[in-house]
Design a protein. Structure first.
Length: 399
């Protein structure tokens, strides 16, 4: 175990190293499946995108994830992705045990991490087992976390939210640093307002639902909307290896795919296929019943010039501008009505909005500032330096 002064010095040095591209950051992924540009889960997509941006900035990035993941920096494989149904709990223990051992090993080797960025949704609860400061990004609504999750929080843990509506429900956390809105790699879509895709609404047809197939995302309601609107629809996404997800698909989605005319299902589309689907759709449907904290697929649709029809849930009205980049509705009937008006939404307006608001570069800049705050606050906590309130106020203004 290093001395307090040595650890404080390292955190002060890390803040300088961040600006010089010399910091070492470990990103922790959700352990169920692999991380890549084709991941279905939002947390995995954000991790892949952010790590890509940080690597471009010259940061030494490592990602702890399932074997077979594709990342920009170093991959630390914590085990094989789940292939058996309902194997998550075993995989989670394997994943987190592996991360703790890896962090300790790197410290013994003299190449310890300056920061751990936890996007797994759970590793931060074990942060007391290591010295390294941990930033835990909260991707889920407050109600999705067990109440005891935010009791006895380890001293080296800080949190951030990804939207304003989500942050209001976490306002009681003393170590909440603020909001870092999600972003997407706009260069992956090549859909600027001047692109041919944004100028050719005539090639678009049918509705699209795209995402992780489960009850709270409610693709069965998208099928109902398409059926009542008399429009073709494509359901594209992945069923995770949980029995209740599989049962939902077989009970609620598969029968409707057979019953509704011109309904198509595409399982786990590749990234190029997903991009093509977004570019060709008349509108994207988001029928989530959860209080969503963000929506990457809505951002991707906008980047492709595609209007979005979304339920009014959580942060979705922060992402979709009602009557500008799509329609924010309250129920299925309103969504059916909105289908009549999607051609009034200008494709170029959607693309321009994405370019201005959803850049992964901007997301990385916000996270870089959060990292610097953590380095500073950790150094002060370890060394007993006064003046934290003054510096915290400065960084809040900077954010």
């Amino acid at each position: 175990m290093r001395s307090i002064n040595a650890r404080a010095f390292q955190r002060q040095s890390a803040a300088l190293h961040l600006t010089n591209g010399m910091a070492r950051i470990l990103y922790i992924a959700y352990p169920l499946l692999t991380v890549s540009d084709e991941s279905a889960g939002g947390a995995e997509q954000v991790l892949w995108t952010l790590e890509r941006e940080m690597a471009r900035m010259g940061i030494a990035t490592t990602v702890a994830a399932s074997a077979g993941s594709r990342v920009n920096g170093e991959l630390f494989p914590t085990g094989e992705p789940c292939t058996r149904t309902d194997d998550y709990e075993r995989r989670l223990v394997e994943h987190e045990d592996g991360v703790v051992a890896f962090v300790r090993q790197r410290e013994v080797q003299g190449v310890s991490f300056d920061l751990i960025h936890d996007m797994s949704g759970s590793f931060w609860k074990r942060a007391a087992e290591i010295d390294t400061p941990v930033l835990a990004t909260l991707h889920l609504p407050r109600s999705f976390y067990p109440a005891q999750s935010f009791q006895d929080i380890p001293a080296n843990v800080s949190f951030n939210c990804v939207s304003g509506s989500q942050s209001r429900s976490f306002a009681d956390l003393d170590t909440m640093l603020g909001v870092a809105p999600n972003g997407i790699s706009l260069d992956q879509f090549d859909c600027s307002p001047a692109s041919s895709t944004a100028h050719e609404p005539d090639v678009r047809e049918g509705l699209l639902w795209l995402g992780r197939i489960c009850e709270e995302k409610a693709p069965h309601l998208a099928l109902e909307i398409a059926g009542r609107a008399g429009l073709p629809i494509t359901i594209a996404g992945q069923v995770y290896p949980f029995s209740y997800h599989q049962q939902y698909f077989e009970k609620e989605v598969a029968p409707r795919l057979q019953q509704i005319p011109n309904a198509t299902f595409i399982s786990a589309p590749s990234f190029p296929a997903k991009r093509q689907l977004l570019r060709r759709a008349k509108a994207l449907l988001i029928t989530s019943l959860a209080e969503e904290t963000s929506s990457l697929v809505a951002m991707e649709a906008a980047a492709c010039g595609t209007p979005v029809i979304t339920f009014r849930r959580g942060a979705l009205p922060e992402v979709v501008m009602d009557q500008i980049t799509g329609f924010v509705v309250n129920d299925v009937a309103s969504a059916v009505d909105a289908c009549q008006y999607v051609e009034a939404i200008r494709n170029m307006t959607c693309a321009a909005h994405a370019q201005e608001h959803f850049s992964s570069t901007k997301m990385a800049e916000v996270y870089a500032r959060l990292y610097a705050r953590i380095f500073h606050n950790t150094a002060e906590r370890l060394s007993g330096i006064k003046g934290a309130a003054r510096e915290t106020e400065y960084f809040h203004q900077d954010l």
